[in-house]
Design a protein around this ligand. Structure first.
Ligand SMILES: NC(=O)c1ccc[n+]([C@@H]2O[C@H](COP(=O)([O-])OP(=O)(O)OC[C@H]3O[C@@H](n4cnc5c(N)ncnc54)[C@H](OP(=O)(O)O)[C@@H]3O)[C@@H](O)[C@H]2O)c1
Length: 325
């Protein structure tokens, strides 16, 4: 099968299209013919080995251990292991692979545990479906599980126009929140069209200094010290950080525990939990058109390196998709 191989750590130029052996499914796995995949920050980090400790994880110290990147997928089941009960050959599915599996979706085929996928939403193309799983579930778990989001609450999403942020805006609206979206000038209209009640251009206004306070802040990108976020939170508000610089994550992790113990405000660093139930919940939101994926661009598998250059240089609106079929 054809696959994009990450030959060493480095710029997107290390990604090369090669012919590799197609694997067979284990007893509890399905073999999926991939039609589309999408890029997440996680793939970029494993390619660049940034931050450095990626090399200490299953990534491999001197060179990537998992040579095929990619977590999100949409495709068709080609074969099933003998213990698989949920799927049969021909089913159209979507989902994402936990990073521990050591497998990647920038390829024509992948084997996945049957719990990593569910049936593809019937109203989406494969390209649209592949743009959803990891980003949408990060947004869902950040808002609902860490943030305990309730209808009517005031929520601010910092980093609202990227992969996670575009889903966070829509999911927060679907939960009945009043949503303030923070992004740059060029994306204000897009996040408004996704349902944001208020938009803030981070290039012109610092939301931590404008006197507004929120029940929940989801920081898809840190970009402020935790003290600024706490300043913009109500006294019983919750701050959830999903992404940002290593310093911001460590600071939020260490100070967050102390803040949360003090009784009033709470602060958490989100850690994605793999959940087929959440994937099914997201599927329902998609089929009822409460959320839609935002796809910035779509590249053929052979141009995956180009797609990563775009991902790295531009802040994509929503997701960058790789079309494999
Ligand atoms: N914790 C977890 O379990 C988990 C799971 C998945 C992902 N993540 C993390 O979540 C993050 C999500 O990545 P993503 O692909 O959605 O988006 P991203 O590329 O990290 O962020 C894009 C967003 O940040 C905004 N932004 C850029 N510079 C900014 C600044 N100086 N101030 C405020 N906002 C700024 C962008 O706005 P403009 O484009 O309008 O400039 C855009 O809305 C990544 O860091 C990823 O590692 C965490």
């Amino acid at each position: 099968m054809k696959a994009i191989i990450c030959t060493k750590y480095g710029s997107p130029d290390v990604l090369q299209l090669q012919e590799v052996e197609k694997t067979a499914p284990q007893d509890d796995e399905v073999l999926i013919r991939i039609y589309a995949a999408s890029i997440n920050a996680r793939d970029w980090r494993f390619m660049r080995a940034k931050p450095f400790f990626v090399r200490l994880m299953p990534g491999g110290f001197l060179q990537p251990k998992n040579k095929i990147l990619g977590a999100d997928l949409a495709g068709r089941v080609e074969a099933v292991g003998r213990n698989v009960r949920q799927f049969k050959p021909g089913d159209e599915v979507f989902g994402y692979l936990p990073s521990a599996t050591g497998r990647g979706t920038f390829a024509e085929y992948v084997c996945a545990n049957e719990n990593a996928i569910t049936l593809k939403p019937s109203n989406l193309t494969f390209e649209q479906a592949a743009a959803v799983p990891l980003a949408a579930i990060t947004a869902l778990q950040g808002l609902r599980d860490n943030g305990n989001l309730q209808p009517g609450q005031k929520v601010l999403i910092n980093g609202a126009s990227g992969g996670v942020g575009t889903f966070a805006v829509q999911i927060a609206k679907a939960f009945g929140a009043e949503v303030t979206a923070v992004c740059s000038t060029r994306n204000l209209e897009m996040v408004r069209s996704l349902g944001a009640d208020h938009v803030i251009d981070y290039k012109k206004e610092d939301f931590t200094q404008n006197g507004q306070q929120y029940d929940l802040i989801l920081a898809v990108n840190g970009y402020h010290p935790i003290s600024d976020y706490l300043h913009a939170l109500k006294s019983a508000g919750t701050y959830v950080v999903a992404g940002g610089s290593m310093f911001q994550l460590i600071q939020a992790g260490s100070q967050g525990r102390r803040v949360s113990k003090s009784g009033g405000q709470k602060a958490y660093v989100e850690s994605l939990v793999h959940s087929q139930k959440d994937l099914e919940f997201i599927k329902e939101l998609l089929e009822s058109e409460k959320i839609v994926p935002v796809v910035d661009g779509c590249y053929p598998l052979s141009k995956t390196a180009e797609a990563f250059w775009y991902f790295e240089k531009v802040h994509p609106k929503g997701k960058v998709v790789i079309s494999v079929a």
